[in-house]
Ligand binder design. Structure first.
Ligand code: PAF
Length: 289
């Protein structure tokens, strides 16, 4: 497996890969099963698989602890090696932002896509994500890039950037991985220590499954707000009293492409949920069919 820490070294290799297809899996490291599925998918799409590992300072807010973000370098490289990854791009912040961050040219996604949901609680986050992803596309020059559907807002913003800027890369969404009980896999699940917290975390997927079932049963569009509030109340009611607090931060139905709220639950609409289980913030979503 090749390891590149500079853009110049990677570019030399990329020239040798001319005529081959390249699939990129962009990550911030601390690779878990979800990333591993993206890497395996990449292997089915292209001749060459590149994983980028870069903890992007641009997407962290002032209150978010960039320094504390895990960086298990050797473990991540071993996982990539095991999965047969061809090359890892592992740049330093200086390599990515040699002129610093203050005077940087940035990608500004439309406010309509960033001002709600996760973006409302993390100002500047999606600007940081879009900027680094554009840089990675420009450096790695992939034919395909794989992103998890779990971060649905991020995925929609990147798809919009690719359309708007005519980037020559195909975005391949990968379905969210779930455990046997439906919990979306996330590195944050490790903070759910008590069994009751793990049980409470199922509320998110239960609301989503409830929305899908309600739509199937109705066989017609359902009013989004009324239906979601009813589902939320039903799923959360057993947790109103007891040692674990479950607090929904947002629950909404959006157009899967524009990410604008929609009034109706119908096939093609994405339902989004973010909730705190005690102090642990979790997100999940599903595309209604
Ligand atoms: O989803 C992530 O891990 C990051 O936001 C990404 C896409 C690698 C950009 O830093």
């Amino acid at each position: 497996m090749l390891l590149f820490t500079t853009v110049a070294e990677y570019r030399t290799q990329r020239a040798d890969w001319r005529g081959k297809t390249v699939a990129l899996v962009p990550t911030m490291g601390a690779l878990h099963e979800g990333h591993q599925a993206l890497i395996r998918k990449a292997g089915t799409l292209a001749d060459v698989v590149v994983v980028s590992i870069f903890v992007n300072p641009l997407q962290f807010g002032p209150q978010e602890d960039l320094a504390a973000y895990p960086r298990p370098r050797e473990q991540d490289l071993a996982i990539c090696e095991q999965l047969g990854v061809d090359a890892v791009f592992y740049p330093s912040p200086l390599e990515m932002y040699p002129d610093g961050q203050d005077s940087l040219t940035r990608v500004v996604p439309p406010a309509t896509m960033t001002e709600r949901f996760c973006g409302a609680f993390r100002p500047g986050h999606f600007e940081g994500v879009a900027t680094v992803v554009l840089k990675l596309f420009s450096i790695i020059q992939p034919d395909f890039a794989i992103f998890g559907e779990k971060d649905a807002q991020q995925l929609a913003i990147i798809q919009k950037m690719v359309r708007d800027l005519n980037l020559p890369v195909r975005i391949v969404p990968h379905p969210t991985l779930r455990d046997g009980r439906g919990l979306a896999l996330s590195s944050r699940n490790q903070y759910l220590k008590a069994p009751q917290e793990q049980e409470a975390a199922l509320c998110l997927s239960q609301i989503l499954v409830g929305a899908q079932q309600a739509l199937k049963a109705a066989e017609a569009p359902l009013p989004a707000e009324e239906t979601l509030v009813r589902l939320q109340d039903a799923v959360l009611s057993p947790w109103q009293t007891g040692p674990v607090s479950v607090r929904v931060q947002y629950l909404a139905a959006v157009d899967a492409v524009t990410f604008q709220p929609t009034a109706w639950l119908k096939p093609g609409v994405r339902v989004l949920v973010a909730a705190y289980v005690n102090q642990v913030r979790l997100i999940d979503n599903c595309l209604l069919s």
